[in-house]
Design a protein around this ligand. Sequence first.
Ligand code: COI
Length: 358
Amino acid sequence: MLDIKITRAETLKEKPADETKLGFGKIFTDHMFLMDYDAGVGWHDARIEPYHPFSIAPGCVILHYAQEVFEGLKAYRTADNTIQLFRPECNAKRFQDSCERLCIPAFPEDDFVESIKALVEVEKDWVPHTDGASLYIRPFIFATMEQLGVHASSSYTYCVILSPSGAYYATGLAPVRIYVEDEYIRAAPGLTGFAKCGGNYAASIKSGELAEELGFSQVLWLDGVEHKYVEEVGSMNIFFKISGKIYTAACVGTVLPGVTRRSIIELCKDWGYEVIEGKLAIEDVMKAGHDGTLEEIFGSGTAAVVTPVKELKYEDDTVTIGDGSIGELTQKLYDTMTGMQWGKIEDNKGWITPVCKG
Ligand code: COI
């Protein structure tokens, strides 16, 4: 059990008046959770403080070499005002795996879940009441040592911040257009693709911006070696339903092991679908798009939930999926995931962790 010192903000911010216009990750709550690490001491000083800027030295490791990891999960409000989390223990485990890859001292899994529960309880009034809106939770660790040599830092800060948010895409659940990136790559064997670290996202921004300029929501990354096999999309894993079977890239080091991804795989298997985690060539996806066997494409992620894809552009070729509207399985997955998360359908999987009454 953590011994958490709580210092409450003297004045509280005004809560958003219209929860249908929150956007994603733009508003932050009144408090944050903090803990520090020092070599020889370990993780110490668990505390909740008013939300405030950091003071960091210009020579600090994070600013030069991006020694940082993060997570993303959400707190949901049910109709009876229970505030609950979705599989936080999976995020805790992935956080540890990311720490290991970035040479950051492991953050204990129990402390991860406890810190989130404690902060969410303090901020329970910030959990939105509106359908489709939730409290996005962003835990992260960054290196705080002042040093320009490329070495692991000996000190770190763990922090959790909260942001009441709506849909990740401005278009909500409307199907998105995706641009297949054929020049830049996101990951390659031996690199950090499986870790949730800021560096992966920094390297992806250029492609994302270029795709947006062309009117696409995000890019679909191909594998970094042959530029041939589909891997993931900017902020979500991706699934293809072809001739009744579900395909997604295997988590073999270059793909983020998404919590929503694994939940979707489990649900699809429960519903009798064959799910193939492995290599799927973009050429085969495009071919299926043209011969009518590509039935659905959808992305999955904490922020993205389940996002339908209506169009893929690869080199000079474009395919539209079905009639461009949300597919039947995509809709069923969206309804099931959000149903469980918002407590509208029974959690028969043990995926829900209640936090408190709000
Ligand atoms: C999430 O889905 O929680 C993410 O972290 C994706 C993203 C917004 C970077």
